[in-house]
Design a protein around this ligand. Structure first.
Ligand code: 13P
Ligand code: SF4
Length: 329
């Protein structure tokens, strides 16, 4: 079957918007109506007019759309769970709050922030405690907002994102479970989660490219370890990385530290993946053209598959956390 042709037909005939994150396979990405980084996808889906959203990405992304736009029917060709999001659930979140309380911080003096790469149940806990969500593109503003409360920030689940923004903002941070986490003297207390794909990039990779091409630029995602971001010329979300690379002269070499599918399609020449191994996100790569076709066909057949549902209680509080983020421009 010619999946591409069939997908194009179904898109014309149904009230559906196909959404894809930049890390999706090329053949899936090319057929999307909406693309972007996590923040852009959440905003654009909320404003979209179609009845159906077919989201090619990882589970937390589809959940976020269902929470901010509950009237929409959200289907995911694959409900693949981001490995980082899997590292924390509601209980781990409660344990992190308890850790801070044991170290002398009252619960009401904790301001929780969850990276959007987390399950909706964690977002709900954060929303219930008065906190909010951030993404890699707005973390600076969200942390600035949290600091106005004069509370201690609990940042989950990505320790790298928390530490990277703490460093760039001149704040103290520590990681629960990693050596001595000095809660009292830290501004940001991080949960010990990470992205296994972005952990692949190392200072050795940066040294390799700088030695080989002395004028090369290094651009990385803030999910990379602080030892790597410290050596980079530019740190930013997926969309910000694209804008940065596009702003360079055509003959300027650049090595990019983020997922392979995105780097591969960035620029034909003078763009390198900042790693000797292929940094592919296994869960983002699960979605195939056949999966996308099957999902769209299920709408046509009135038997939708892989629909995202969020119970009313979880949605209410997760929506608070997501809406607070979306309100910050
Ligand atoms: P962005 O929000 O930068 O697109 O990042 C999403 C992600 O999962 C990065 O690993
Ligand atoms: Fe999750 Fe990492 Fe994949 Fe992004 S690249 S979706 S953080 S596992």
């Amino acid at each position: 079957m010619d999946y591409k042709k069939e997908i194009e037909r179904l898109k014309k005939e149904l009230s559906v918007t196909v959404v894809a994150h930049y890390y999706q396979r090329d053949e899936v990405f090319e057929l999307a109506d909406i693309t972007g980084d996590s923040l852009e996808l959440a905003r654009k889906c909320k404003e979209d007019a179609s009845e159906w959203i077919v989201f090619c990405g990882v589970g937390f992304m589809g959940q976020s759309v269902k929470v901010v736009a509950p009237e929409k029917r959200v289907l995911m060709p694959r409900i693949a769970c981001c490995a980082m999001a899997k590292m924390i659930d509601g209980t781990c979140f409660d344990d992190s709050v308890a850790y801070m309380v044991e170290h002398g911080i009252k619960k009401e003096d904790i301001f929780p922030i969850t990276y959007i790469n987390s399950d909706v149940s964690v977002k709900a806990k954060v929303g219930e405690m008065g906190g909010l969500v951030c993404t890699s593109s707005n973390a600076y503003k969200i942390i600035e907002h949290a600091l106005e409360s004069n509370k201690k920030i609990l940042f989950v689940p990505d320790r790298c994102l928390g530490q990277n923004f703490a460093i760039s903002m001149g704040l103290q941070s520590c990681v629960i479970g990693e050596g001595e986490c000095d809660v009292q003297s830290s501004d940001i207390i991080c949960f010990n989660g990470f992205c296994s794909v972005h952990q692949l990039f190392t200072p050795k990779d940066v040294a390799f490219f700088r030695q080989k091409y002395p004028d090369i630029k290094i651009a990385v995602h803030p999910e990379c370890d602080p030892s790597v971001t410290a050596l980079a010329d530019f740190v930013g979300s997926t969309s910000q990385l694209i804008t940065y690379v596009n702003s360079l002269d055509a003959d300027q070499k650049v090595a990019v530290g983020t997922e392979y599918n995105l780097v591969h399609r960035m620029r034909e020449k003078n763009t390198y993946v900042l790693s000797s191994t292929k940094p592919e996100c296994p869960t983002m790569n699960e979605t195939t053209l056949e999966d996308l076709y099957t999902t769209l066909k299920s709408i046509e057949d009135n038997a939708p598959i892989n629909e995202i549902e969020v119970d009313a209680h979880t949605r209410e509080y997760a929506k608070l956390a997501l809406d607070r983020m979306l309100a910050i421009k």
